[in-house]
Design a protein around this ligand. Structure first.
Ligand code: GRG
Length: 310
């Protein structure tokens, strides 16, 4: 697009990601001190600080910037969405869910600790996420973020995470896995929109709200986030098919044998690629009404999700 052409040569995406991830990591570290009881805090820190690309908090800070706010205005939300992402991974890895021994290249939380500790570490991170988001002490002291924005952000996050959001996606996924046969395109889209897109949506929308975006701007950024959320999963499915045999050798045998429904299985590779292209284009169109300097990070994040190699 012309917006991209205008900013691409001057925007250092990798540097941006590294710089934002570093300030997010610092905030996460400070948010979970090694308090008593120690073992539960150790488990929370183990999962929260053990790697991860920090896509959701960076999206949150980038959306706040588009709305005209500073990083400090959105940091409580950036920390909250990463805590919720982490707790969803901890619970997803449990034997009663996906039963995974590894996460981010290390033992999953229930393997490094034990099952009750992993369940409770997840519960505690969920509570802490809302606690940090709602606490006036989390925000800059100058009153730049009025309380009505914070209340709106809390409601938005609750809706995105609960039984009509992230949890609904997990329920639909568990039901689909139980069926054993392929699901329809509509069901596949429902699962991805809820399991993945909804938390990217919350990340962007919370950043926009706290940064002072108008309702119209919030809805355009919401649409951007839903497009990149679905794009994330379509690209994931495509990469599953196109990975080299060497990379496939490193993939868990369970995943290879799995009969989970994917976009290439339902649409074929070519149509899946066209679908991904369309989602990328739609996502970028949502950004066209904003200052192109300020949307450069969101634009490049969309490209990164579309063109990543793993
Ligand atoms: C929220 C109360 C509550 C329960 C959680 C278990 C569950 C319900 C939901 C599972 C959601 C899940 C595992 C979604 C997959 C999300 C996804 C795309 C993960 C990979 O994200 P990346 O690539 O991971 O951003 P990193 O490791 O980089 O953070």
């Amino acid at each position: 697009s012309t917006a991209e052409a205008a900013v691409a040569p001057t925007f250092d995406f990798k540097g941006y990601m590294l710089q934002k991830a570093a300030i997010v990591n610092r905030a996460l570290d400070e948010a979970v001190p090694l308090a008593r009881p120690e073992r539960i805090h150790e488990a929370m820190r183990y999962s929260l600080l053990g790697g991860g690309k920090r896509i959701r908090p960076v999206l949150c800070l980038a959306a706040c910037e588009v709305a005209g706010g500073w990083d400090a205005c959105a940091m409580p939300a950036a920390v909250a969405v990463e805590m919720i992402h982490t707790m969803s991974l901890i619970h997803d890895d449990l034997p009663c869910m996906d039963d995974d021994d590894l996460r981010r290249g290390r033992p999953s939380c229930h393997r490094a600790f034990d099952e009750p500790t992993a369940v409770l570490a997840g519960d505690a991170l969920l509570a802490l996420a809302f606690g940090r988001l709602a606490d006036p002490a989390s925000y800059p002291a100058d009153g730049f973020v009025p309380p009505d924005r914070v209340v709106r952000a809390v409601g938005e996050l609750s809706r995105c995470v609960g039984a009509e959001g992230l949890v609904a996606g997990q329920v639909a996924d568990l039901e689909a896995t139980g069926l054993g046969n392929p699901v329809s395109l509509d069901t596949l889209e429902f699962i991805h929109l809820h399991k993945t897109a909804v938390l990217l949506e919350a990340s962007v929308v919370l950043g926009a709200i706290l940064g002072g975006a108008s309702d119209d701007q919030i809805e355009r950024l919401r649409k951007y986030a839903r497009c990149i959320g679905l794009l994330f999963q379509v690209v994931d499915d495509i990469l599953d098919v196109t990975k080299t045999s060497e990379e496939l050798g490193k993939t868990a045998g369970k995943d290879l044998a799995s009969d989970k429904t994917t976009y290439p299985k339902l649409l074929g590779l070519e149509k899946s690629r066209e679908f991904a292209e369309g989602l990328l284009k739609d996502s970028k169109e949502q950004l066209s009404g904003f200052d192109p300097i300020k949307t450069a990070p969101l634009l490049h994040l969309a490209n990164y999700i579309a063109y990543r190699q793993k």
